[in-house]
Design a protein around this ligand. Structure first.
Ligand code: FES
Length: 117
């Protein structure tokens, strides 16, 4: 079902913003003019992705430095794995992450809409 989220101008280029849509926390952002929308819950251990940052096309989770491509949803980088030797000793299960849950997003007549299941 398609939901009105905000005006186009509410999401400037290279920024992201958290919205509560139909009781779901949805992160909506724009990178190089292109919109994305995803679940705000980090698929690694559940941190709020809105507290992270954009790194190029990636959403960077502040909690353990996992980076997910905002357009494919794929986990593309884990900086903490390279930098901290004690972190490398965590179990494979703990390090595992699903991909980001993406939602279709549409820009029309000055407004932004997100399609939620
Ligand atoms: S909770 Fe996001 S990287 Fe661990």
């Amino acid at each position: 079902m398609q939901h009105w989220v905000c005006r186009q101008s509410d999401i400037p280029d290279n920024s992201m913003k958290l919205f509560n849509i139909n009781k779901a926390d949805v992160l909506v952002g724009r990178i190089s003019g292109r919109l994305f929308a995803c679940d705000n819950v980090c698929p690694h251990r559940g941190a709020s992705l809105a507290m992270g940052e954009l790194h190029g096309n990636n959403i960077y989770c502040y909690m353990h430095a996992y980076e997910y491509d905002a357009f494919s949803g794929k986990l593309v980088n884990i900086d903490s794995l390279k930098q901290q030797s004690n972190w490398r000793r965590q179990s494979e299960e703990w390090k595992r992450s699903d991909d980001l849950t993406l939602y279709p997003v549409l820009e029309q007549d000055g407004s932004i809409y997100v399609d939620l299941p």
